[in-house]
Write a protein that binds this ligand. Structure first.
Ligand SMILES: Cc1cc2nc3c(=O)[nH]c(=O)nc-3n(C[C@H](O)[C@H](O)[C@H](O)COP(=O)(O)OP(=O)(O)OC[C@H]3O[C@@H](n4cnc5c(N)ncnc54)[C@H](O)[C@@H]3O)c2cc1C
Length: 462
């Protein structure tokens, strides 16, 4: 194996000096991601401009046996994009072109470094919408969204990133390009290889381009914030909404009171209701006519109030009001500045169990750390619950908090990661959601596609 210290020069020869940074020249933001994992300065930061250049980087890294960590927008919350000291951080930020939008076929082709927001905006310009949305939209990249199989606010209506992807171009560990950019919904020609790379967190190859599925933009969308007394009322309301507005319930974000209170305080917002309530659900419903839709939602909420499922409700009368209501939910961006530090979880559970699960976790936290601060919120319509615990209020016992949450997840037969992935943070707990047989199959796939183990080593699988 050649001496890896010669690799930066070999990369600079292949890509040009401007595409390879070393030492102090590597911006610190490339040393870690949003997870707060300890920063690591890589041997080199490489910023290719094309698939051919990505392939050249991987051919060289493969020859030198040097780890490669793909980096997107670095908004990941599992430590998966943190580089290795002796390895390459491969940033996709210069591969950010929206290559084409086919409005008739409702597809969009983009390079992996395009931000989620750029994709959303390109779709909107053609009267279409992209089905995934999340708070980090301005920074996270389509490649990172695919590599983490991101979810977010639209999953209830359109599914996760996996469901938005028709075609993918991937570069394997040895530099082989897999051009799987076929823009068809139906394609039963053996293994669906592209799905292997979606959710693989960069451990099997580098995603360079994608063909994404778009949807018709709804003519109308109405947002409401609804106060609820308990979790079962939330489920009953979701059932009502799904029945009345089948296929048009775009979001059902449930916030426990602790989350709402923290969000209002952190962002200096006014209490949305006359009095605090145990739960608040933020709801988006899409349709054809805004007035008619608002009327239908009002009617449904009135019925739910009569049935004592809903305690109070605010229906946004404008986009600006809707944005204000959404601001309460998007307080997640405030977590790092207001918790010291936040210990984050994104678990999923059988939907009916989420309320009991949250109660059990909270009781265990209370028993061990009286006075601790924790907030509960989630895309409950798809079984996903987020918990953020203020590390400063639990004696920085991250492992203790994790043990409580993941043991409870296992007891409820849930998943330790609904959206954010495994990275390094959840690696010790992967066994709580995967059997030894499943883990062995995952290792066999990894060994087949990346025999030297250079793709994002030490992430997902140990
Ligand atoms: C405020 C905020 C809100 C968020 N809300 C949500 C949410 O609602 N739902 C959700 O799912 N997530 C959410 N996230 C987490 C994060 O935004 C997602 O995981 C996102 O998909 C990561 O994209 P990224 O481009 O930032 O990837 P990065 O953080 O750069 O990388 C994440 C992983 O993907 C790999 N990777 C990146 N690009 C590529 C590529 N081109 N090829 C192969 N591998 C690659 C990296 O190696 C790493 O393993 C949120 C984060 C923040 C900060």
């Amino acid at each position: 194996m050649p001496d890896s210290s010669a690799l930066p020069d070999a990369l600079a020869q292949a890509l040009g000096a401007g595409a390879v940074l070393t030492g102090e020249a590597i911006p610190p933001r490339h040393h870690s991601d949003w997870s707060g994992a300890a920063p690591v300065r890589p041997l080199a930061l490489v910023r290719p401009r094309s698939t051919e250049e990505v392939a050249a980087v991987l051919r060289l890294a493969h020859a030198y046996g040097v780890p490669v960590v793909p980096q997107g927008g670095l908004t990941g919350l599992a430590g998966a994009a943190v580089p290795h000291a002796g390895g390459i951080a491969l940033s996709l930020d210069r591969m950010n072109a929206i290559e084409s939008v086919d409005a008739a076929a409702a597809t969009l082709t983009a390079q992996a470094g395009a931000t989620l927001q750029a994709v959303q905006e390109a779709a909107a310009e053609r009267g279409l919408r992209f089905g995934v949305d999340l708070g980090a939209r301005g920074s996270c990249q389509i490649g990172g969204n695919l590599a983490t199989n991101a979810g977010g606010n639209g999953v209830l209506q359109f599914g996760m990133m996996r469901e938005q992807c028709l075609g993918l171009e991937v570069v394997l560990a040895d530099g082989t390009v897999l051009p799987m950019l076929r823009p068809m919904i139906k394609n039963n020609t053996g293994y669906d290889l592209k799905q292997l790379f979606i959710g693989a967190e960069g451990t099997l190859g580098v995603i360079t381009r994608a063909v994404l599925r778009l949807r018709p933009a709804p003519a109308a969308q109405v947002t409401a914030l609804v106060a609820l007394a308990d979790f079962d009322s939330a489920l009953a309301l979701l059932g009502r909404l799904q029945q009345r507005f089948a296929g048009n319930v775009a979001a059902f974000e449930l916030m426990w009171r602790d989350f709402v209170a923290a969000s209002l305080q952190w962002q200096s917002l006014r209490e949305p209701f006359d009095a605090p309530h145990a739960f608040a659900a933020l709801i988006d419903v899409t349709g054809r006519d805004e007035e008619a839709l608002r009327g239908a939602i009002e009617e449904l909420l009135g019925e739910a109030m009569e049935a004592e499922q809903v305690q109070d409700a605010v229906i946004a009368q404008s986009r600006a009001q809707a944005a204000m209501l959404w601001k309460i939910r998007e307080a997640t961006a405030e977590l790092p500045t207001n918790m010291h530090p936040p210990i984050n979880f994104d678990v999923s559970l059988p939907m009916a169990e989420i309320g009991r699960f949250a109660e059990r976790c909270r009781a265990a936290f209370d028993a061990r750390w009286p006075g601790h601060i924790a907030v509960f919120f989630g895309h409950v319509g798809d079984g996903n619950l987020h918990i953020s615990v203020d590390g400063g209020t639990v004696g920085h016992d991250e492992a203790g908090v994790e043990r409580i949450v993941y043991d409870t997840v296992a007891a409820f037969q849930g998943s330790v990661s609904a959206e954010h992935g495994i990275g390094t943070h959840k690696m010790p707990y992967l066994g709580a959601s995967r059997t030894p047989q499943e883990l062995a199959a995952m290792r066999a796939i990894k060994a087949a596609l990346d025999p030297k183990g250079i793709m994002n080593p030490g992430k997902v699988l140990d």
